[in-house]
Write a protein that binds this ligand. Structure first.
Ligand code: ADP
Length: 208
């Protein structure tokens, strides 16, 4: 939610003259009180101004902070993406498990010799491989999810759009490719980073 220029002026007037009646705010602005009715309603409903009967308007001391949705819409994938963990397609299943623990991640991205994304390997892929009795020396290329079946995103994509893609496809993360005509992985957007972002944004909102 964005405040209009007039609403911001009203806040300034109240800050400097509180308590001040609606009539006096209108006079200061050279407008009628009825013109200001909806602005004053917005400012009191959002808690920025306090309306005291027979006294007037008082500034409640809350500094206006953009709402969560405004903050989220201002963010792109590049603002929150993390470093990806990449392994080669001839890495063994056993070494992939070690990499999961070593880097403390849930998903590994697989690249070819040209450093292009060719696959995704998750915890479930590794469990399935074990259940099927695959040899731990087998290369990850045998069990990974392959291109072109990989959902990806790009640095300039809005965070909310990437989050929707993760939710719709029921996956834990999206590899971030450098651009639409590149297969180079430059980052990762995961459910974890999205949850952390939500906490960070709402914490700031509550502490404002
Ligand atoms: P987990 O195995 O921990 O549940 P996911 O839900 O991310 O992790 O993975 C489920 C399946 O989806 C796995 O087979 C994995 O290879 C695949 N997968 C993971 N990420 C993607 C992606 N970005 N695009 C396509 N498939 C993916």
């Amino acid at each position: 939610m964005n405040l209009t220029e007039r609403q911001q002026k009203i806040i300034e007037i109240v800050k400097q003259n509180e308590p001040i009646t609606g009539d006096n705010i209108a006079k200061t602005l050279g407008l009628t009180k009825s013109t200001l009715r909806s602005d004053l309603a917005v400012l009191t409903m959002t808690g920025i101004l306090d309306a005291r009967p027979k006294v007037g308007y008082i500034y409640s001391g809350l500094d206006f902070e953009p709402m969560l949705q405004d903050k989220l819409s201002a963010l792109s994938v590049q603002d929150i993406m993390q470093a990806p963990v990449l392994i080669k397609q001839d890495t063994s299943v056993q070494d992939a498990v070690t990499a999961l623990f070593m880097y403390d991640v849930g998903t590994l991205y697989i690249s070819n010799d040209q450093d292009e994304l060719v696959g995704v390997l998750s915890r479930k892929d590794l469990l399935r491989s074990t259940m099927m009795g695959n040899h731990s020396d087998a290369p990850v290329a045998v069990i990974m999810t392959r291109m072109p079946n990989i959902f990806v995103t790009y640095p300039d994509v809005p965070v909310l759009k990437a989050a929707k893609s993760i939710s719709r496809h029921q996956i834990d993360s999206l590899p971030v490719l450098a651009s639409r005509d590149s297969k180079t992985v430059v980052g990762k957007i995961s459910k974890t980073v999205l949850v952390n972002l939500l906490i960070e944004l709402t914490d700031k909102e509550q502490n404002a």
